[in-house]
Ligand binder design. Structure first.
Ligand code: MG
Length: 383
């Protein structure tokens, strides 16, 4: 016997605005629905997850959600016009499994925590049914035509949340005989004579309803997200030579760059940006210029080390941007190759990287053609 989750994602979410249904919109870079599915599919107490989608959203699901699910045991079924029909479809998809507790959750609550899921699973396991709620703390008014009327006694009033958890067979049977007028699954359960235990909800478990809720949810995520930014700057002077090496690409030029290694000023700047984001010093600390091992070294060694260090410390490279400053050689024709090679060295998707160049309008040492400067920014995300 295992526990399961049914995620109801068939609604159109018109109040949240946007051209795609809100559950497919990005929340801090990840679709709302994907966040919600992961919360359940990655929870140790939950086995199969059924996602109930609108038939019209099949393409969206295939494109935005399915590729990121990997081997998670997620099944997709189609919902009906009413929420209750969708829940019933989701429950029926589990009828052949040996399910203990099933959690029913709104896709629009992507910030549901593992702790809340645990609370509901445990309580539903012992009581047969449990749902989270928050005590109403604000004063409540009745209002009409913009005028405040009598206050409402808030004693004993709670704000309902999901996931709501039930003994699977009991809630499936209750849904099969439900009349359809119920607003949520607790009401379906109570109509069938079940008692439902109340467990503590979570303030961050908001339901994304209106456009402002996206900003609110992103702020909440920001508080728990560890984002680091670092910058790097490097300069190498020209000397006699036939080419310069930038982002590991050899570019023919009437001069070369002077340096202990291959003098790849671009890779050095990107490498230092990553070390900077990690608060881990710079290239010189990890690869002392006095060390003969690095004489003439290809600089991808340094960059691979910085990326490896980030990985070891639990960070993924979210993006990096490098700007070269020189009058010559012309970078533009090589920028795409450089970016591709940077992606290969860093094992990061090309779309997260940028290589661009500018002149300094013939001013300063770069303007006089004495060398090349590079600056870079890297953003790292705790995974
Ligand atoms: Mg350097």
């Amino acid at each position: 016997m295992t526990n399961a989750a049914v995620i109801v994602a068939a609604g159109r979410g018109a109040r949240a605005g946007g051209s795609v249904p809100k559950q497919y919109r990005l929340l801090a870079g990840t679709p709302v629905l994907l966040r919600t599915i992961r919360a359940f599919a990655d929870h140790p107490a939950i086995g199969p997850v059924v996602v109930v989608v609108n038939r019209a959203d099949d393409d969206l699901f295939e494109r935005e959600i399915a590729p990121a699910l990997g081997t998670r045991p997620v099944r997709r079924v189609h919902g009906g016009a009413e929420r209750a029909q969708s829940v019933r479809a989701g429950l029926r998809a589990l009828a052949g499994d040996d399910i203990g507790v099933v959690l029913i959750h709104d896709a629009a609550r992507p910030l549901v925590s593992a702790a809340l899921i645990s609370r509901v699973v445990e309580r539903a396991g012992t009581s047969g049914a449990a749902a989270p709620a928050l005590l109403v703390t604000d004063t409540l008014w009745r209002a009409d035509d913009g005028l405040i009327g009598a206050g409402v006694d808030r004693t004993g009033l709670w704000r309902a949340q999901t996931p709501q958890g039930f003994d699977f067979k009991t809630i499936l049977a209750a849904h099969e005989v439900a009349t359809g007028g119920e607003t949520d699954d607790v009401e379906v359960a109570r109509a069938a004579g079940l008692t439902v235990a109340l467990v503590a909800g979570a303030t961050e478990n908001i339901k994304i309803t209106v456009p402002e809720d996206f900003l609110r949810a992103e702020r909440m995520l920001g508080q728990t997200m560890d984002i680091r930014t670092g910058n790097g700057f490097d300069v190498h002077a020209f000397e006699a030579g036939s080419h310069v090496t930038l982002c590991g690409i050899d570019i023919p030029h009437e001069r070369g760059l002077r340096g202990h290694s291959d003098a790849d000023v671009a890779l050095h700047a990107v490498t230092d940006a990553i070390y900077g984001a990690l608060g881990a010093g710079d290239i010189g600390v990890w690869f002392p210029p006095a060390d003969p091992r690095w004489k003439g070294a290809a600089s991808d060694v340094f960059l691979r080390h910085a990326v490896g260090l980030a990985t070891k410390r639990g960070f993924a490279i979210s993006n990096a941007d490098c700007t070269l400053v020189c009058e010559a050689p012309r970078i533009g024709p090589h920028a795409a190759d450089m970016r591709r090679n940077l992606a290969r060295i860093m094992d990061v998707d090309e779309t997260r990287l940028s290589v661009k160049a500018t002149t300094s309008e013939r001013l300063g040492f770069t303007g006089r053609g004495e060398g090349i400067a590079a600056m870079a920014t890297a953003t790292l995300l705790k995974t």
